[in-house]
Design a protein around this ligand. Structure first.
Ligand code: KG4
Ligand code: ZN
Length: 339
């Protein structure tokens, strides 16, 4: 059987991305146009601006992905596109372009759930420390931590998920972004806090919300606690204080995420833990989960943790093989869930 080649398109948040993947595993091209610098000027994402930026970037990004893959449209088997969850105006740009291309080129259209795509980042073949080997075996446990999500999910097979728990308020990445702003570290907060934390010590005893007896999370309390300390010290933390607060915040959040993830893996007999989503780029999180877990812990390289279209194409390949196709009436689903 010949190789299956799929073009993936991703515009759910603030990255405009397109990629071509062969057999759900081999990256032939992976192009990402980030809006992060634009959003950094305003300290966060403005949906109107995000969707406008997608409109400007999407056509050249797709063209670049096809060119880097050295493929023509006839070499593709399908087009996969993220249809949710995400920002409605952003999702629409990708979905509408994917529909137009699929219709125009006579290709099947495959709908992809963005959260599921983060899971399939682990199927992509990369030479990176900590990346999953070929032929991952089920059952698996995945922690999806990003700017919009914090979820613990059991994976029994391709497409077979059981939701265990998630955040009751802020997503983990959202908490990093908000605390980054409180500490004057800029946007996005995650990488900035990780960097600042290296210069500090976790001397502040910030509250950990354990949500006992559940696999749920809550991060609004710790954010408020950081705000209170910032106020006590006059409102503009800098240098040592900002670094110590960053280290204390990161340690508390990582402690809770790691403990619940490892507990779930033990209770449900998972053969391995997958760390997915932008926050899984955090080294302290990776190291802490690895140190506590009795089973292997896999984390993709950073460029596959944050939003990209290679993971969309990989996920789309498995959905394609399972016979899933979208109609021309495919609509975006901003609140789509996994399982
Ligand atoms: O998966 P992603 O690129 O986009 C969403 O689907 O949300 O995740 C972005 C989030 C942001 O909140 C960012 O602050 C966070 O991931 N992030 C990190 C790190 N790198 C990115 N959080 C903690 N540590 C990091 N190194
Ligand atoms: Zn994401």
């Amino acid at each position: 059987m010949s190789e299956i080649r799929i073009l993936g398109i991703e515009t759910s948040c603030d990255e405009t991305a397109a990629a071509v993947v062969a057999d759900g595993r081999r990256i032939l091209s992976n192009v990402v146009a980030s809006q992060v610098e634009m959003h950094a000027q305003y300290g966060g994402i403005f949906p109107e601006m995000a969707s406008r930026a997608h409109v400007e970037a999407i056509v050249p990004v797709v063209a670049e992905a096809m060119e880097q893959a050295h493929l023509g449209w006839n070499d593709l088997d399908a087009i996969a596109v993220t249809y949710g969850p995400g920002l409605v105006g952003s999702l629409l740009v990708g979905v509408n372009l994917a529909k137009g291309l699929a219709l125009g080129r006579g290709l099947p259209l495959v709908p992809v759930n963005h959260l599921e795509a983060h899971v399939y980042a682990h199927w992509l073949k990369v030479a990176a420390e900590g990346a999953a080997p070929a032929g991952l075996e089920f059952p698996l446990l995945v922690l999806i931590v990003s700017g919009g999500h914090t979820e613990l999910v059991q994976i029994h097979d391709h497409g077979d998920y059981v939701y265990l728990g998630g955040t009751q308020d802020d997503a983990a990445g959202e908490a990093f972004d908000k605390v980054g702003r409180l500490l004057g570290l800029g946007y996005p907060g995650g990488p900035a806090i990780e960097k600042a934390a290296r210069e500090g010590s976790p001397v502040f005893d910030l509250p950990r919300s354990w949500m006992k007896g559940t696999y749920d999370f809550s991060f609004s309390g710790i954010k408020t606690a950081v705000a209170r300390v910032v106020e006590q010290y006059g409102g503009h933390p800098q240098g040592r204080l900002a670094a110590d607060l960053a280290a204390s915040f990161q340690e508390a959040v990582v402690d809770v995420l790691a403990e619940k993830t490892v507990t779930a893996a033990k209770v449900f007999g998972a053969g391995a833990i997958l760390l997915s989503g932008g926050v899984s780029a955090n080294r302290a999180l990776r190291e802490t989960v690895r140190a506590r877990s009795p089973v292997p812990v896999y984390s993709p390289p950073i460029f596959l943790c944050t939003d990209n279209a290679a993971m969309v194409a990989a996920c789309g390949t498995f959905r394609f093989l399972a016979g899933e196709r979208a109609g021309w009436d495919l609509d975006v689903e901003p609140s789509l869930r996994l399982a």
